[in-house]
Write a protein that binds this ligand. Sequence first.
Ligand code: ASP
Length: 330
Amino acid sequence: MHDALASGVVVVMGTGGTIAGVSTTGRDQDYLAAQLDVTQLVAAVPTLATQPIESLQVAQLDSKDMGWDVWRALVQALSEALARPDVLGVVITHGSDTLDETAWLLHLLAPPLKPVVLTAAMRPASSVEADGPRNLADAVCVARWAADQGLAGVVAVLEGKVWAGTDVRKAHSRDIDAFDGGGAEPLALVSDGQVMPIADAVWVPPRGQWLQSMSALPHLPRVEIITSHADADGAVVDALLATWPASDERRLRGLVVACTGHGTWHRELEPALLRARRAGVVVWRSSRVARGGVESRPDDTWPVAGRLTPAQARVVLAITLALRAPPGPG
Ligand code: ASP
C-alpha cells in the first residue's frame, strides 16, 4: 500500500461527459452531459483544494460525439502539459462512451514519460449519488502515485479500479461499475487516497512521441467499421468504395470488420472485401464477441486486431495509416 506522495502540478483537462452533466428534471436519468466546466468539477472535491492542480477546459461535449477535432485539441494540450518540468501528470475528465477510444489514441501518441489518467462518471454531477467527485479524486491520487513510482502510461480510474488504457472498455451501459479490462485484471485499486497495486501488474508505457506532429493533422484517414451478421453481404463495402474517388482525400482507407467468433465473416462478404483490398483499403479482422478478440495464426491471409474491440481497432488503424509507420494492433 502506498500513499500518494509526489508533489508537483497535476493538470486536470476537462472534455465534458456525464461527469460534467446536470439533470434537467431532478432525476438522474434526465440529464445533459458536459454542462459544468472543469474548474467546477475540481472545486467539488474538497481534498483537491490543498493540492497543486491546474484546470484546463479542452472541450465540452458528450463523448458520443467525439471526433478528430477534439482529439487534436487534446493531443496539443497534452503535448504542452507533459513537456513542462513542473507537471508530474495529467488527468482527463471524459465521457464514458468513447473513453476506450481516447485511451488507445493517447497510448499510441503520448511520449513514455508521465502518467496520463482518464476518468469519467456514470451519474451526473447533480446526482446526490454522483460518482464523479470520487473518481476525480482517485484519478489525481493515481497520477501522483504513479509519478512517484516513476510509472508512465495511459490508465483509466473508475469505481476504485485502475485499468490499463489498452485494456479498459465500457462493459455495462448503466451500472455504476461500468468498466472492465476485457478479461484483463486492473493494475491497482484505489481508495481513500491509497493506491494498492495488484501484484505482477505491468504498466505499459505509451508507444509514441507523436503528439506534436499529429496535432497538425487536419483529419484522420477514413477507417470504417462494418459488422458481419446474418444476411451480411458486400453492399455496404461496395457503397463505401463508390462514395469517394481514389483522388479524394476522404476516400476509404481502412475497414475494421467486427467479425463473428474468432475472426470469421459471412461468405457473401468476402468478394467485396477482396475488392476493397485490391483498391488499397487495409482490412483488419476484430471480433464482435465481448471477450477474447482475434489472435493471429500463421496461415492468416487477413490481419487481425488482437484483443482490440472494433472501436479501438478503428483508432489504431487510422493512426497507423496516418503515421505511415505502423504501430499495429499488438
Ligand atoms: N454520453 C456520455 C458521454 O460519454 C456518457 C457518460 O459520460 O457516461 O459523454
